[in-house]
Write a protein that binds this ligand. Sequence first.
Ligand code: PLP
Length: 506
Amino acid sequence: MEANIPEPDAVNMGTALYDRAMNLSLATTPEEFHGLALAAIDLIAHYYRNLSDMPVMPATTAVEVRQSLYEALPEEAGIPSEILKTVQDVIYPLCRHNGHPRFFGYISSPGSAATAVGELLAAALNANVTSWRSAPAAAELEHLVLDWLKGMIGYDLESGGLLVSGGSMANFAALATARTYVEETLAPKLSPDKRPALRIYVSEEGHFSIKKAAHLLGIGTANIQWIPTDAALRVNVVEMERRVKADREAGLTPMCIVANGGTTSTGAFDPIQELADIAERYGLWLHVDAAYGGFAALAPSAKHMFSGIERAASVSLDPHKWLYASVGCGCVLYRDAQVAARTFAEEIDYTRPIGLRGDEAFAFWEFGPELSRPFRALPLWLQLKLYGARSLSAAIENNITCARYFGQLVEDSADLELLAPVGLSVFCFRFRPVDYRGDLDALNERILIILQRAGSSYLSNTRVRCKFGLRGCVLNYRTTTQDMERLLDDVRDAARAALEAESYSE
Ligand SMILES: Cc1ncc(COP(=O)(O)O)c(C=O)c1O
């Protein structure tokens, strides 16, 4: 296979085929498509080959990027090889490389060869997966993939759900459904304007998409109770129950508990069983935001944390995080999908299925906010079919091992301080030289900027109990423990440079 990948100029191979047909028409012929696609595939193979040696983040500026790209709207068809060359020489290099083995920022999937091909295959079909009738195999494939996802985390196979754009949309859909449930069960007799405020309970470490959802749903961000956390940054369950009780006594309507299945900042995993007990005692909806941590259920060392997830009324999962899928693939699961249907279904004449019944009348738009939807299941299906759950599980376990290894390296270093226990695959730390009297937050901020600009490793930032932290998340099947050692060296180099710059400015 390797032998056919051209070096060094990746766009040559397919170019020969399609440059003869210089002006592609909109109705591109299959032969022209073949040449064009081959050239693009060559380019991608070239990218994958060089990825690990590229700077994680290009040293560039907005002006430089604009100058390389800006032009008037093309009126005429362009030359394919030239256009692909811009992708190869400008667009790819002038982006951050989330697939680089030492990219540790945020929570970003590296994607995979399988999902890249899956996106191409899905795009060519261009199915709009609104319902079964739109694309029967696409709809059934989504149901199948959803069943696989449910099985991975130990959720009820009878539950419903759908693929959505990401965790924010999944949380939004889940909270909208929770509101329906609570309005139907706890306050059905009151007209909406008389209903007491609905309350949401989530730890102070909860993701900001919960806040956005509360705002967009009209629940109001003031009605979120941000609950303090314990030493490991997991929610304080006793305080959670106290607040629920106090709200009820005050005449408010507790609506939903959100459990973090891996927080964004530190990877802390809330105790789901205990939160499920509270939800049960007070008749609340329990939503587990496992957008980040959900697929850690595949890792033997993390599986126990998922105990109780089967009791959740809804779950957010993001294949486009820890299942290494391409961006734009999230998932929301509802234990009782009919509550979601009562939230999202609309009887509209121009979409009503005619002549179809049962499974063939199934419409995804009845279970989430979107009508038009891309064929998200195909890249994900390809990912799972081509690699299999066993290799994904091994990669996830290895990510956890790498994060813990780095945590240990930090703990063994006198000039570094671990700011939180390593939660799943997230590590947070700061540089704290012995006898340093300056502002540690400012010093670490400078270290981060220098590290990111240097391009060998990439961390992002967070705040842990008011301290500025260097934060990394291992979410890449390419990352090894050697990369973690290299990261440590890169941090030390950046720290040295930051201290040196400080001594010059004094
Ligand atoms: C815990 C958690 N929930 C929700 C989200 C939002 O996910 P998305 O970026 O896919 O909208 C994130 C993103 O990092 C997250 O970490």
